[in-house]
Design a protein around this ligand. Sequence first.
Ligand SMILES: [Zn+2]
Length: 292
Amino acid sequence: MSSNTLSLAGAQRLFCILTIWLMIPLAAHAQAGDAMKALNQPGPPFHIIGNIYYVGASDITSYLIVTPEGDILLDGGFVETAPQIEANIQTLGFRLADVKFLLNTHAHLDHAGGIAEMRRATGAKFVAMDGDAPVLSSGTSFPVVVPDRVIHDSDTVTVGGVTMTAHLTPGHTPGCTTWTMVTQDGGRPYNVVFVGSATVLPNYKLIDRADAKATYPGIESDYEKTFRVLKSLPCDVFLAAHGTFYSLTQKREAMSKNPTQNPFIDPAGYQAYIVRAETVFQTELQKERAGQ
Ligand SMILES: [Zn+2]
């Protein structure tokens, strides 16, 4: 699909901007604000499937999982996204105080920047993977948010009969997490995958080197583990940390035109995403090995 190719190219440009953003001090971030706005456009929240609702921005995603005993919020966006998420939850008729757990895909400022505010607004417990806990707790590029519970690979979070499982998919960050759950819709279960990220940012070095400032020892085998894990997960409903990974805009439009078919049920799109991401990773690795 050509729109996929276009959105991927757009995503790569934005990741470049993000990388620069991550490397500059907090005080200088205002200058990069315009570039961030493209990812962070407000939009109406909507029902995705079963008990899962979209409450994020145009590309920076955030999901509300609703249960009779309290809700789960996955990702807090940028600092600037948090007020949008709060408004979106309330627009859908849900209460901020019903959010019991805050989860995170990974400790980058576009997914963890708003978590401190979301915790303040909801009083929810923040759950984070051990590999990302030090960055979350240090506040290097976004407001400090010390996890209430530090989890490990395959740990779960359960509320109101809904269990979310944390799969360690490292490389993009040491604790990058892909969350899975089962949702019921129209009388049948669906396996849902919320992909953390398998993107290789432009300043990443995949082979261990002394000058690899943006990365960490073992990153190459971590990415390889991530692709193995992603391929092993059963997926009916494909969601992720960025809308561009799964053609959020196109699917949202398709669903509003034809509500009888849910485009977010997309197992083939999930497999295609893994192939695209792994191809980029392998290409970058070959370039580094060739000394380019
Ligand atoms: Zn990221």
